[in-house]
Design a protein around this ligand. Structure first.
Ligand code: MG
Length: 349
Protein backbone atom coordinates (compact mmCIF):
# COMPACT_ATOMS: atom_id res chain seq x y z
CA UNK A 1 0.00 0.00 0.00
CA UNK A 2 1.20 3.50 -0.85
CA UNK A 3 0.15 7.01 0.11
CA UNK A 4 -1.02 8.85 -3.00
CA UNK A 5 -2.39 12.09 -1.54
CA UNK A 6 -2.77 14.08 1.64
CA UNK A 7 -5.24 16.91 2.23
CA UNK A 8 -6.06 19.15 5.17
CA UNK A 9 -8.90 21.45 6.11
CA UNK A 10 -9.96 23.68 8.99
CA UNK A 11 -13.55 23.14 10.17
CA UNK A 12 -15.79 24.58 12.83
CA UNK A 13 -17.07 27.81 14.24
CA UNK A 14 -16.06 29.69 17.39
CA UNK A 15 -18.29 29.19 20.42
CA UNK A 16 -18.03 30.97 23.76
CA UNK A 17 -16.54 28.85 26.56
CA UNK A 18 -15.89 25.99 24.17
CA UNK A 19 -12.12 25.84 24.53
CA UNK A 20 -11.79 25.83 20.77
CA UNK A 21 -14.31 24.64 18.22
CA UNK A 22 -12.13 25.27 15.20
CA UNK A 23 -10.56 21.94 14.33
CA UNK A 24 -7.96 20.86 11.77
CA UNK A 25 -8.51 17.60 9.93
CA UNK A 26 -6.09 15.58 7.81
CA UNK A 27 -7.06 13.03 5.21
CA UNK A 28 -4.52 10.58 3.81
CA UNK A 29 -5.38 8.67 0.62
CA UNK A 30 -3.88 5.34 -0.47
CA UNK A 31 -3.59 3.47 -3.75
CA UNK A 32 -5.75 0.68 -2.30
CA UNK A 33 -8.69 2.98 -1.72
CA UNK A 34 -8.36 3.12 2.06
CA UNK A 35 -8.63 6.65 3.38
CA UNK A 36 -7.52 7.72 6.84
CA UNK A 37 -8.81 10.76 8.69
CA UNK A 38 -7.01 12.38 11.60
CA UNK A 39 -7.41 15.51 13.66
CA UNK A 40 -5.09 17.94 15.36
CA UNK A 41 -5.40 21.12 17.34
CA UNK A 42 -5.72 24.32 15.33
CA UNK A 43 -3.22 26.19 17.54
CA UNK A 44 -5.54 28.48 19.40
CA UNK A 45 -7.84 31.18 18.19
CA UNK A 46 -9.86 31.23 14.99
CA UNK A 47 -7.66 31.68 11.95
CA UNK A 48 -4.44 30.33 13.38
CA UNK A 49 -5.56 26.89 12.27
CA UNK A 50 -4.40 27.88 8.82
CA UNK A 51 -0.79 27.83 10.04
CA UNK A 52 -1.26 24.19 11.02
CA UNK A 53 -2.89 23.47 7.66
CA UNK A 54 0.12 24.93 5.86
CA UNK A 55 2.46 22.86 8.04
CA UNK A 56 0.54 19.72 7.05
CA UNK A 57 0.96 20.66 3.39
CA UNK A 58 4.68 21.17 3.96
CA UNK A 59 4.97 17.58 5.20
CA UNK A 60 3.05 16.16 2.21
CA UNK A 61 6.10 15.51 -0.06
CA UNK A 62 7.67 13.34 2.64
CA UNK A 63 4.67 11.02 2.69
CA UNK A 64 3.80 10.50 -0.96
CA UNK A 65 4.75 6.98 -2.07
CA UNK A 66 5.33 5.75 1.47
CA UNK A 67 3.69 2.70 3.07
CA UNK A 68 1.12 4.16 5.52
CA UNK A 69 1.36 1.11 7.77
CA UNK A 70 4.89 2.15 8.80
CA UNK A 71 3.35 4.62 11.23
CA UNK A 72 6.22 4.97 13.72
CA UNK A 73 8.99 5.26 11.10
CA UNK A 74 6.93 7.86 9.21
CA UNK A 75 6.33 9.74 12.47
CA UNK A 76 10.05 9.81 13.23
CA UNK A 77 10.86 10.86 9.66
CA UNK A 78 8.44 13.81 9.87
CA UNK A 79 9.64 14.79 13.34
CA UNK A 80 13.36 14.57 12.57
CA UNK A 81 13.27 16.08 9.09
CA UNK A 82 11.66 19.28 10.33
CA UNK A 83 13.58 19.59 13.58
CA UNK A 84 14.89 23.03 12.57
CA UNK A 85 11.36 24.06 11.72
CA UNK A 86 10.34 23.43 15.29
CA UNK A 87 9.07 19.87 15.63
CA UNK A 88 8.86 20.32 19.38
CA UNK A 89 6.36 23.17 19.06
CA UNK A 90 3.34 24.35 17.12
CA UNK A 91 2.46 24.34 14.33
CA UNK A 92 4.77 21.54 13.09
CA UNK A 93 4.18 19.04 15.90
CA UNK A 94 0.42 19.66 15.63
CA UNK A 95 0.61 18.84 11.91
CA UNK A 96 2.64 15.70 12.60
CA UNK A 97 0.00 14.73 15.19
CA UNK A 98 -2.88 15.03 12.73
CA UNK A 99 -1.07 13.02 10.06
CA UNK A 100 -0.09 10.32 12.55
CA UNK A 101 -3.74 10.04 13.62
CA UNK A 102 -4.80 9.56 9.99
CA UNK A 103 -2.13 6.86 9.49
CA UNK A 104 -3.51 4.93 12.47
CA UNK A 105 -6.96 5.21 10.93
CA UNK A 106 -5.58 3.62 7.75
CA UNK A 107 -3.72 0.93 9.71
CA UNK A 108 -6.82 0.01 11.69
CA UNK A 109 -8.95 -0.21 8.55
CA UNK A 110 -6.32 -2.19 6.62
CA UNK A 111 -5.77 -4.69 9.44
CA UNK A 112 -9.41 -4.79 10.55
CA UNK A 113 -8.73 -3.87 14.18
CA UNK A 114 -9.50 -0.88 16.40
CA UNK A 115 -6.62 1.46 17.22
CA UNK A 116 -6.45 0.37 20.87
CA UNK A 117 -5.58 -3.12 19.61
CA UNK A 118 -2.61 -1.67 17.74
CA UNK A 119 -1.51 -0.10 21.04
CA UNK A 120 -1.51 -3.43 22.88
CA UNK A 121 -5.15 -3.85 23.82
CA UNK A 122 -7.59 -2.20 26.18
CA UNK A 123 -7.55 -2.02 29.96
CA UNK A 124 -11.12 -0.72 30.13
CA UNK A 125 -14.31 -0.59 28.10
CA UNK A 126 -15.39 2.87 29.26
CA UNK A 127 -13.35 6.06 29.61
CA UNK A 128 -14.10 8.23 32.63
CA UNK A 129 -14.73 11.84 31.56
CA UNK A 130 -14.59 15.05 33.52
CA UNK A 131 -16.55 18.11 32.45
CA UNK A 132 -14.87 21.45 31.98
CA UNK A 133 -17.37 23.96 33.42
CA UNK A 134 -18.05 27.67 33.01
CA UNK A 135 -20.42 29.58 35.24
CA UNK A 136 -21.52 31.91 32.43
CA UNK A 137 -20.99 35.64 32.86
CA UNK A 138 -21.22 35.53 36.62
CA UNK A 139 -18.17 35.45 38.86
CA UNK A 140 -20.22 34.86 42.00
CA UNK A 141 -19.75 31.72 44.11
CA UNK A 142 -23.43 30.78 43.78
CA UNK A 143 -23.15 30.68 39.97
CA UNK A 144 -20.17 28.33 40.25
CA UNK A 145 -22.03 26.15 42.73
CA UNK A 146 -25.16 26.04 40.57
CA UNK A 147 -23.14 25.01 37.51
CA UNK A 148 -21.34 22.31 39.45
CA UNK A 149 -24.63 20.87 40.65
CA UNK A 150 -26.10 20.95 37.13
CA UNK A 151 -23.11 19.11 35.68
CA UNK A 152 -22.81 16.54 38.44
CA UNK A 153 -26.56 15.88 38.17
CA UNK A 154 -25.96 15.11 34.49
CA UNK A 155 -23.81 12.21 35.62
CA UNK A 156 -20.24 13.52 35.67
CA UNK A 157 -18.14 12.21 38.55
CA UNK A 158 -15.52 14.93 38.09
CA UNK A 159 -15.68 18.61 37.14
CA UNK A 160 -13.20 21.41 36.45
CA UNK A 161 -13.53 25.18 36.89
CA UNK A 162 -11.25 28.09 35.93
CA UNK A 163 -10.28 30.60 38.61
CA UNK A 164 -8.09 33.00 36.66
CA UNK A 165 -9.54 36.13 35.11
CA UNK A 166 -12.45 36.35 37.52
CA UNK A 167 -12.23 40.13 37.30
CA UNK A 168 -12.61 40.45 41.06
CA UNK A 169 -9.79 42.34 42.77
CA UNK A 170 -7.40 42.22 39.80
CA UNK A 171 -5.40 45.47 39.77
CA UNK A 172 -2.99 44.99 36.84
CA UNK A 173 -3.40 42.46 34.03
CA UNK A 174 0.37 42.20 33.47
CA UNK A 175 1.23 41.63 37.12
CA UNK A 176 0.45 38.06 38.20
CA UNK A 177 0.48 38.68 41.93
CA UNK A 178 -2.87 37.68 43.44
CA UNK A 179 -3.78 40.30 46.02
CA UNK A 180 -5.80 39.68 49.15
CA UNK A 181 -9.16 40.59 47.61
CA UNK A 182 -8.64 38.43 44.52
CA UNK A 183 -7.28 35.50 46.55
CA UNK A 184 -10.24 35.66 48.95
CA UNK A 185 -12.64 35.66 46.01
CA UNK A 186 -10.93 32.73 44.28
CA UNK A 187 -11.04 30.69 47.48
CA UNK A 188 -14.75 31.51 47.91
CA UNK A 189 -15.44 30.18 44.40
CA UNK A 190 -13.70 26.87 45.00
CA UNK A 191 -15.24 26.51 48.46
CA UNK A 192 -18.72 27.12 47.03
CA UNK A 193 -18.25 24.39 44.41
CA UNK A 194 -16.91 21.91 46.97
CA UNK A 195 -19.79 22.59 49.37
CA UNK A 196 -22.29 22.13 46.52
CA UNK A 197 -20.98 18.82 45.22
CA UNK A 198 -19.49 17.43 48.42
CA UNK A 199 -16.73 14.87 48.17
CA UNK A 200 -18.71 12.48 45.96
CA UNK A 201 -17.58 14.39 42.87
CA UNK A 202 -13.93 15.10 42.08
CA UNK A 203 -12.99 18.73 41.55
CA UNK A 204 -10.11 20.14 39.49
CA UNK A 205 -9.20 23.83 39.34
CA UNK A 206 -7.42 25.50 36.38
CA UNK A 207 -5.26 28.63 36.75
CA UNK A 208 -4.14 28.78 33.08
CA UNK A 209 -0.63 29.74 34.15
CA UNK A 210 -1.80 33.20 35.19
CA UNK A 211 -0.29 33.47 38.68
CA UNK A 212 3.22 34.21 39.91
CA UNK A 213 5.14 31.82 42.14
CA UNK A 214 4.27 33.20 45.61
CA UNK A 215 0.60 33.55 44.66
CA UNK A 216 0.52 30.02 43.29
CA UNK A 217 2.06 28.59 46.45
CA UNK A 218 -0.38 30.51 48.66
CA UNK A 219 -3.34 29.30 46.59
CA UNK A 220 -2.17 25.68 46.56
CA UNK A 221 -1.72 25.65 50.33
CA UNK A 222 -5.06 27.33 51.03
CA UNK A 223 -6.82 24.72 48.85
CA UNK A 224 -5.31 21.72 50.64
CA UNK A 225 -8.37 20.99 52.84
CA UNK A 226 -10.60 20.81 49.74
CA UNK A 227 -8.83 17.71 48.39
CA UNK A 228 -8.69 18.73 44.74
CA UNK A 229 -8.36 16.19 41.98
CA UNK A 230 -5.69 18.65 40.87
CA UNK A 231 -4.64 22.29 40.63
CA UNK A 232 -3.80 22.94 36.97
CA UNK A 233 -1.06 25.27 35.74
CA UNK A 234 -0.73 27.40 38.89
CA UNK A 235 2.29 29.14 37.29
CA UNK A 236 3.10 29.73 33.58
CA UNK A 237 4.11 26.74 31.50
CA UNK A 238 7.63 27.68 30.51
CA UNK A 239 9.53 27.31 33.77
CA UNK A 240 9.54 23.72 35.00
CA UNK A 241 11.61 24.59 38.08
CA UNK A 242 9.02 27.11 39.25
CA UNK A 243 6.29 24.48 38.97
CA UNK A 244 8.50 22.06 40.91
CA UNK A 245 8.72 24.65 43.70
CA UNK A 246 4.93 24.86 43.84
CA UNK A 247 4.66 21.08 43.99
CA UNK A 248 7.27 20.82 46.75
CA UNK A 249 5.44 23.43 48.82
CA UNK A 250 2.03 21.81 49.05
CA UNK A 251 0.03 18.61 49.38
CA UNK A 252 -2.42 19.87 46.74
CA UNK A 253 -2.08 17.76 43.59
CA UNK A 254 -0.32 19.70 40.81
CA UNK A 255 -1.10 19.10 37.12
CA UNK A 256 0.28 20.43 33.84
CA UNK A 257 0.89 19.32 30.26
CA UNK A 258 -1.52 20.84 27.75
CA UNK A 259 1.31 23.05 26.44
CA UNK A 260 4.05 20.43 26.56
CA UNK A 261 4.81 18.33 23.51
CA UNK A 262 6.45 14.98 22.81
CA UNK A 263 7.96 12.49 25.24
CA UNK A 264 11.02 14.68 25.64
CA UNK A 265 9.21 17.64 27.24
CA UNK A 266 7.26 15.30 29.51
CA UNK A 267 10.51 13.60 30.49
CA UNK A 268 11.79 17.04 31.57
CA UNK A 269 8.66 17.57 33.70
CA UNK A 270 9.00 14.17 35.34
CA UNK A 271 12.75 14.50 35.98
CA UNK A 272 12.17 17.90 37.59
CA UNK A 273 9.54 16.36 39.90
CA UNK A 274 7.27 19.19 38.81
CA UNK A 275 3.95 17.31 38.52
CA UNK A 276 1.62 14.92 40.32
CA UNK A 277 -0.62 14.41 37.26
CA UNK A 278 0.15 14.93 33.55
CA UNK A 279 -2.40 16.10 31.02
CA UNK A 280 -0.92 15.99 27.51
CA UNK A 281 -3.29 17.22 24.81
CA UNK A 282 -3.27 14.25 22.45
CA UNK A 283 -4.20 16.47 19.49
CA UNK A 284 -1.08 18.54 20.10
CA UNK A 285 1.60 16.43 21.78
CA UNK A 286 2.70 14.22 18.87
CA UNK A 287 -0.05 11.71 18.22
CA UNK A 288 -1.59 8.45 19.33
CA UNK A 289 1.63 6.46 19.84
CA UNK A 290 3.47 9.49 21.24
CA UNK A 291 0.60 9.84 23.74
CA UNK A 292 1.09 6.20 24.72
CA UNK A 293 4.86 6.79 25.11
CA UNK A 294 4.23 9.84 27.30
CA UNK A 295 1.79 7.83 29.41
CA UNK A 296 4.30 5.01 29.88
CA UNK A 297 6.99 7.48 30.97
CA UNK A 298 4.57 8.84 33.56
CA UNK A 299 3.62 5.33 34.64
CA UNK A 300 7.26 4.61 35.45
CA UNK A 301 7.08 7.57 37.87
CA UNK A 302 3.66 6.46 39.28
CA UNK A 303 2.16 9.65 37.83
CA UNK A 304 -1.43 9.44 36.56
CA UNK A 305 -2.40 10.27 32.97
CA UNK A 306 -5.35 12.63 32.48
CA UNK A 307 -5.35 14.03 28.93
CA UNK A 308 -6.44 17.56 28.13
CA UNK A 309 -9.01 17.57 25.32
CA UNK A 310 -10.68 20.28 23.25
CA UNK A 311 -10.98 18.19 20.10
CA UNK A 312 -13.97 17.37 17.92
CA UNK A 313 -15.65 13.98 18.46
CA UNK A 314 -13.05 12.47 16.09
CA UNK A 315 -10.00 13.63 18.05
CA UNK A 316 -11.76 12.77 21.27
CA UNK A 317 -12.24 9.18 20.10
CA UNK A 318 -8.52 9.00 19.23
CA UNK A 319 -7.82 10.11 22.81
CA UNK A 320 -10.21 7.42 24.10
CA UNK A 321 -8.21 4.74 22.26
CA UNK A 322 -5.04 5.93 24.00
CA UNK A 323 -6.77 6.12 27.40
CA UNK A 324 -8.15 2.60 26.99
CA UNK A 325 -4.65 1.26 26.27
CA UNK A 326 -2.99 2.90 29.30
CA UNK A 327 -3.16 1.16 32.67
CA UNK A 328 -2.97 4.28 34.83
CA UNK A 329 -5.31 6.47 32.75
CA UNK A 330 -7.32 8.63 35.15
CA UNK A 331 -9.85 10.91 33.44
CA UNK A 332 -10.28 12.49 30.00
CA UNK A 333 -11.55 16.04 29.53
CA UNK A 334 -14.87 16.87 27.86
CA UNK A 335 -14.78 20.55 26.94
CA UNK A 336 -17.89 20.57 24.78
CA UNK A 337 -20.85 20.51 27.16
CA UNK A 338 -21.72 24.07 26.11
CA UNK A 339 -21.29 23.42 22.38
CA UNK A 340 -24.92 23.23 21.33
CA UNK A 341 -24.21 21.49 17.99
CA UNK A 342 -21.89 18.79 19.37
CA UNK A 343 -24.62 16.16 19.14
CA UNK A 344 -25.08 17.02 15.44
CA UNK A 345 -21.59 15.60 14.84
CA UNK A 346 -21.96 12.14 16.33
CA UNK A 347 -24.48 9.46 17.15
CA UNK A 348 -25.24 8.35 20.69
CA UNK A 349 -24.88 10.19 24.00
MG1 MG B 1 -5.90 24.14 31.30
Amino acid sequence: MKIIDLQACVVGRPEPNSGGTVWTFVRVYTDEGIVGTGECNSAGAEGSGFAVKEAIRALRPLLLGQNPLNVCPLYEMMRRSHIYGGTTSAPIIFAVTGIENALYDIAGKALGVPTYQLLGGKFRQKIRLYADCHAGDSNEPQAYADKALEVSAAGFSAVKFDVDRTGIGKLDPYNWTVGAKEMTHILSLVQAVREAIGYEVDLAIDCHGQFDLPSAITLARELEPLRLLWLEDPVPFENVDALAQVRASTSTVICTGENHYTRFQFLDLLRAKAVDVIMPDLAKAGGIMEGKRIAELADAHYIPFAPHNVSSPLGMMAACHVCSSVAHSSVLELHARDVTWWSDLCDGD
